[in-house]
Design a protein around this ligand. Structure first.
Ligand code: UDX
Length: 449
């Protein structure tokens, strides 16, 4: 099937690349002409593992192309995947203006019927409004636009893996034909008929992903509900960490034991500096707003958001208690990205920690394997080091903010010799308190007294 992708952010690029690699003809467009020019020149505007490899392979096979001419892209596809941004507005609700704009474009230039696939994260009832907008701007005629909601569950850092090895594929439709068309689009993924960049010798046997056909509203709710529940789980683990500090428990032991109950599950129970990134913070805000707009007070999500915001305060309290005076101290911050394996610093707890330390008068030295270029643009007065050992040199404390394996495997014996004081504050519970104590460190983390 011929597929158009509108919006070449990380969801659009990963979706376009993987569908092309799975055998479809894909044309991508974006309002950012420079981004399209970079892609046409073979460049990749985002850091995402395996993405470049898949884009190169799809291009060699002549199955992916890029245009800054939206009309050309809209007319190309039988299915149009809308992957534009839905950033938060002042009140936290999702800004849907980019989707509305695309609807007007499609209604204005499409020459035949299309499948219109919502891939962007949107609040429930957006599909209904999109349908209405397409009808209103189409002024009759024979073209039919079938709107489908197809939420993505891609995690930054593992997005290509997540696309090719989904837990489930959800499509919200108004009619059966649209569901069948979506099944044919995803059939190569479901049947593993693609060259997998992660598994050169063939993918390991795994249960076939479920292909779920729901209503459009349900599909839109599934995305917000899933992300919000994961955020809730993290905040729950963080409150357990606070309790463990008060009651002399160990949060790692508690959450490990909890997770062994398959009804709870081991994932997303890692206590620490809390969640960041461009999904969880904005999705729970948008979900709270949506619920409020129909008279549902989502107070447990509000609590999860409050608990998450408090992580920074909790961490800075530990720093102040340990350093006594922060002003004039040289502090190393290891990690800038909101999580490991991405260069994304949006809503990153590490950035907020650094901002607060600078406000307190500390000299901040920082490092990150991928996110420094982006962070340099927003952190004036901070010193950046490519080498983590240079970042900790002569510092009074080292703060671990992102769970990169580089820091998980850092040689603290060597680092300790370079530091002015062997003091580590670990915002991601990467190390064993005993091991760090044996190395002569003062060591503080979350939920482990
Ligand atoms: C998330 C969802 O996982 C994905 O399905 C959705 O499509 C987009 O949003 P992402 O934002 O890339 O993906 O990050 P994720 O891996 O989910 O982590 C989110 C945040 O939670 C990170 O800041 C991470 O450090 C934090 N986290 C995660 C914890 O603090 N504890 C955990 O146990 C897990």
């Amino acid at each position: 099937m011929r597929i158009s992708v509108i919006g070449c952010g990380y969801v659009g690029l990963v979706t376009g690349a993987c569908l092309a690699e799975a055998g479809h003809e894909v044309m991508c467009t974006d309002i950012d002409a420079a981004r399209i020019a970079q892609l046409q020149a073979g460049g990749v505007p985002i850091y995402e593992e395996h993405l470049e490899e898949v884009l190169v392979s799809a291009r060699k096979a002549g199955r992916i192309s890029y245009t800054s001419d939206a009309t050309e892209a809209i007319r190309f596809g039988d299915a149009i995947f809308i992957c534009v941004g839905t950033p938060p507005r002042e009140d936290g609700s999702a800004d849907l203006s980019a989707i509305d704009h695309v609807a007007q474009q499609i209604a204005a230039v499409a020459q035949n019927s299309k499948l219109i696939v919502e891939k962007s994260t949107v609040p429930a009832r957006t599909g209904q409004e999109l349908n209405r907008a397409l009808e209103a701007y189409s002024r009759g005629g024979s073209r039919r636009f079938a709107v489908v909601s197809n939420p993505e569950f891609l995690r930054e850092g593992t997005a290509v893996f997540d696309f090719f090895h989904p837990d489930r594929i959800v499509v919200g439709v108004d009619d059966e034909a649209a569901g069948t068309a979506m099944q044919s689009i995803y059939e190569p993924i479901l049947e593993h008929k693609f060259r997998c960049p992660m598994h050169q010798n063939g993918c390991p046997a795994e249960p076939k992903a479920e292909f779920l056909v729901t209503t459009i509203n349900s599909a839109e709710l599934i995305k917000h509900a899933s992300n919000s529940f994961l955020a809730l789980k993290i905040s729950y683990a963080n409150v357990i960490a606070d309790l463990c500090e008060k009651l002399d428990g160990n949060v790692e032991q508690v959450t490990h034991a909890m997770g062994l109950d398959p009804r709870i599950g081991t994932q997303f129970l890692k206590a620490g500096l809390g969640f960041g990134g461009f999904c969880f913070p904005k999705d729970i805000q948008a979900f709270i707003q949506l619920a409020g707009s129909v008279g549902v007070d989502f107070d447990i999500l509000k609590a999860a958001e409050r608990v998450n915001k408090e992580r920074i305060e909790r961490f800075l309290e530990k720093v102040k208690r340990a350093l006594w005076v922060v002003k004039g101290k040289k502090v190393a911050v290891l990690g800038l990205a909101f999580k490991a394996n991405t260069d994304d610093i949006r809503f990153s707890p590490a950035i907020e920690v650094i901002r607060r330390l600078v406000e307190e008068g500390a000299q901040v030295h920082t490092t990150d394997p991928e996110a420094m270029e982006k962070a340099k643009k927003i952190l004036p007065g901070v010193v950046f080091h490519a080498d983590p050992y240079e970042a900790v040199r002569e510092t009074h404390a080292a703060l671990v903010c992102t769970e990169w394996s580089l820091y998980r495997n850092l040689d603290w014996e060597r680092a300790g010799k370079l530091m002015a004081r062997r003091l580590v504050l670990d915002g991601r519970n990467l190390y064993s308190p005993k091991k760090m104590a044996d190395l002569g460190f003062e060591y503080f983390s979350f939920g482990r007294s």
